[in-house]
Design a protein around this ligand. Sequence first.
Ligand SMILES: *Cc1c(COP(=O)(O)O)cnc(C)c1O
Length: 353
Amino acid sequence: MAIRIEKRTTSKLGDVDFDNLVFGKIFSDHMFIADYRDGAWQDARVVPYQNLQMPPANMTLHYAQSIFEGMKAYYQKSGKVCIFRPDDHAQRINESADRMCIPRIDPDLFKKGLFALIDIDREWVPKKEGDSLYIRPFVFATDEHLGLRPSHTYSFMIITTPVSAYYGKGLPAISLMSSGEYVRAGEGGTGEAKAAGNYAASLYPLELAQKEGYDQTLWLDGKEHRYVEECGTMNIFFRFNDELVTPDLDGSILRGLTRDCVMTLAKEWGYTVSERKVPIEEVMEGAKNGTLKEAFGTGTAAIISPVGKIRHDAEVVTVGDGAAGELSQRLFAELSAIRHGGIEDTHNWCALI
Ligand SMILES: *Cc1c(COP(=O)(O)O)cnc(C)c1O
């Protein structure tokens, strides 16, 4: 499918303060759109970033038949831009699509649209090491209809926003509070999909954690409220001595690509990497008896987020010395270097344009 291009006449780049970027507030000059109707994706185009018009009965507004991805592009000294793992994001958006009765997007269309957009807005990819262009592909129902059923029409869009390295000096450690009576996802639910509604449902427990002074929610499983699943909108890892453990994908955990990168690198570095159930008692005990050396969240936004403190019920524990551990720092440095072209990309994670 050919992509129609309609460029902005003047760029908004001059208004951007690249030294003070706030996450997700300014958007680059262009966006990608394709529409689904009559059983096919069509009219793929890159156009100026602009508001949408929709009827009040737009189905997404009422029933959240909507999915998204989060990915990044990084500037390399050669002048090329690394788009990180685009094939894997194309595959994952289609897994989310299946679960939400949204028509699949041909991975070729996904990548062509993505590359065309990033190429046109390549000056928006920040040049400072650690900074990046955050990319948000999303698909949503567009039928004007209030009866509950899958929509017949959809839009697939990609927008981008330049983001700053989260950290000035070293990785800051975050604190977690376990989700108590609330859950992010249940067995048979939509936890494995990047579905919009999952995130709305996570806000109230997050607000409770933040009221108690914690940064993020530590999500426990929906059945026994005992096994660790994720933290905030990140996957989670625990290093018990030389074993690196992450919860196994049981259907309610999002299959993070950063999670996959971390498992791959840690195995290459000689760690024993296990995907298995992690009872919260094992974590609390490990923190107290010193076998839990470090814990960290993983996700495209922050890459690696060390966990310094965990509260579960009435108990509060410190992980390691409460600051970023040695493996967290090594993983962060390695992943940054691969993305920015500082070391060889032996896994073929970067698509260079
Ligand atoms: C996106 C996301 C992740 C992390 O996935 P990455 O591919 O590493 O960015 C983890 N958990 C949830 C709930 C997510 O939405």
